[in-house]
Ligand binder design. Sequence first.
Ligand code: PHB
Length: 384
Amino acid sequence: MKIKTAFLATALALGVSHSALAVVKVGFMLPYSGTYTALGQAIENGFKMYVDEQGGSLGGEKIEFYRVDDESNPAKASDNANRLIKRDQVDVLVGTVHSGVAMALAKAAQDTDTTLIIPNAGADMLTGALCAPNVFRTSFTNWQPAYAMGHVAREKGYEKVVSVTWNYAAGKEAISGFKQGFEEEGGKVVKELLLPFPDVEFQSILTEIAALKPDAVFTFFAGGGAVKFVQDYASSGLGKEVPLLGSGFLTDGTLEAQGESAQGLLTTLHYADGLNIEKDKAFRASYSERHPNMVPDVYAVQGYDAAQLLDAGLAAVNGDKSNKTELRKAMRNATIDSPRGTFTLSAAGNPIQDVYLREVQGKENIMVSIAREKLEDPALGCRL
Ligand code: PHB
């Protein structure tokens, strides 16, 4: 204590302001193991890249990082969140990838009035019935890309679609979003196939799809599971007969491993390769320089934008992190100059953003068109 006081006195005598000595502690709760490992790493990379571009400070405050591997395991989520909140005493939580884990993380953030920025997990409820002033998302709701694909599938003339996904919130919500878009245009989802997260034993499901003979298959898979599903789908021979559609996670950050099996796949997402956006070009050049073995994917973008959002909040309060009300107000009203294209947040705290239709060509998800412009999640049940 004495040392700290002496240090403060010296610093003040040297003309260093009090606030310049404070730090903002950011806690990453992300998967650093399991099927979503690469996603967690990309989010952290993107976040840190933005902070480094600002010289290590946001709103004039030095940023200090803490991290916990959540293993995409909902059963461990509360304990993991409390490691960051209670043990490390972080000011801001950044997490996570998996919707089920994010639900528990949001509860812990709520109980302790900690600001939470979700850089991926799409659980609709987090910016729906469970929306809250301290909760922000820089990614998407599971509904958003899937709903857009429902319309695209009808435009392609498909009438009967089979869906397949993991049996957890993200998968089920993606299917329901697709179904809404597809069926409001007169299509029909004839069968919804599920397997436990994060299983990758797809054989019996592929056999069932072959027997059902749908016009197309819609799917939500991501990370390691997406790599395996796309490979298995192609090698089963179905790839040549029944078009495979997906929320864009199916082919984002995965193309190096999927190779030939992914060629021509159509997906919808709020990011794409080949966007003619200056911010994106700069983002991709710096990211590729910092991480020569990784592609600048949607997860890196979402992490980068999480840091931009926090910066908007901290700048508005001159780094005074104790002024949570004004910090959050500024975050909610921010306009984010994202590599995906500029976006704002809805009252519920979720991006209002263009959803692109993309086609896999080589190792890229090339932008074909804007499937839905400025798509806003309906935020069912949110009263903010
Ligand atoms: C989710 O669990 O919400 C989730 C996970 C991985 C993705 C997208 C959504 O790529």
